[in-house]
Design a protein around this ligand. Structure first.
Ligand code: MN3
Length: 201
């Protein structure tokens, strides 16, 4: 079974004014579809076919550029859509909030660290909140479509991520990446992040 482009679960315009409909449509239907197709082509007929994307990325030969770029792109965007939601996004609370406060001192401290990682990732890439075994959380960033599951990442399981490629924000924010990062905090689906935390700690 080949990988399939996941549904967003909400309309392209649902995240406005924070993320505009045109950006969402192109990002999902063109960019993510492209990574999905190219991943399927790259693994067709190889021993990676039929494995989960997490399994593929965790055990990836980093010299396999086609799977590294497109498998990363497939996984990263699938996570990205799921951790955003215009409604029913919940509040940061419970054991995830406690873990964040333990690591960053406060929720504001986490926002600062995450925003800084996203703003200072040079060129294209992603910033992440990851969880390690035992529940400790960490912020890191990766270039291009790499992610923390890969052997060059910060380790741990990513539970929140922001795409800082220009295609994620340029139509609406042009060069103002920090404004886009600020806006992202308005659409985080904390229910989903908490679910991923509980499943991965
Ligand atoms: Mn993208």
């Amino acid at each position: 079974m080949a990988f399939q482009l996941p549904e967003l679960g909400y309309a392209y315009d649902a995240l406005e004014p924070h993320i505009d409909a045109r950006t969402m449509e192109i990002h999902h239907s063109k960019h993510h579809q492209g990574y999905t197709n190219n991943l399927n082509n790259a693994i067709a007929g190889t021993d990676l076919e039929g494995k989960s994307i997490e399994d593929i990325l965790t055990n990836l030969d980093m010299n396999n550029k086609a799977v590294r770029n497109n498998g990363g792109g497939f996984f990263n965007h699938s996570l990205f859509w799921s951790v955003m939601n215009p409604t029913n996004k919940g509040e940061l609370s419970g054991e995830l909030k406690a873990a964040i406060e333990a690591e960053f001192g406060s929720v504001e401290g986490f926002k600062d660290a995450f925003s800084k990682a996203a703003a200072t990732q040079f060129g294209s890439g992603w910033a992440w909140l990851c969880v390690h075994e035992g529940g400790k959380v960490e912020v890191c960033s990766t270039a291009n479509q790499d992610n923390p599951l890969m052997s060059n990442g910060c380790g741990g399981t990513p539970i929140l991520g922001i795409d800082v490629w220009e295609h994620a924000y340029y139509l609406n924010y042009q060069n103002r990446r920090p404004d886009y990062i600020n806006a992202f905090f308005n659409v985080i689906n904390w229910n989903e992040v908490a679910k991923r935390y509980a499943a991965s700690k």
